[in-house]
Design a protein around this ligand. Sequence first.
Ligand code: HEC
Length: 95
Amino acid sequence: MKKIVIASIATLALVTAASAAVNGKACAACHGADWSKKAMGKSKNVAEMTHADIAAALKGYKAGTYGGPMKGIMKGQVARYSDADLEAFAQTIGK
Ligand code: HEC
């Protein structure tokens, strides 16, 4: 029973992602369809990051408070989204 509840929550999260503003397909070119590619040889393996770390990274790129030498690229990817959209999207990727 517990497993079924967890599965339903996961499905709900996916459905929410589909209707959220963040277009995950735009990220796949650099991060890979399963998020395990090190984007441009520089990023972490996002598939291995936690939801919380991803949320902090995405909001940080937008605010200019997070990132390495290529953070400008990521700022361009996330600047148009609200923090709430980024937070919601982060819950759907990573672990
Ligand atoms: C043009 C290539 C490119 C695209 C498209 C792109 N990224 Fe990135 N991403 C990068 C690079 C390069 C980094 C590492 C930047 C740095 O130096 O901090 C990165 C870093 C990240 C990180 C943090 C990983 C770390 O190293 O701390 C997350 C999370 C992330 N991207 C998510 C996304 C999401 C979500 C999208 C789509 C909305 C996206 N990226 C689109 C290239 C890209």
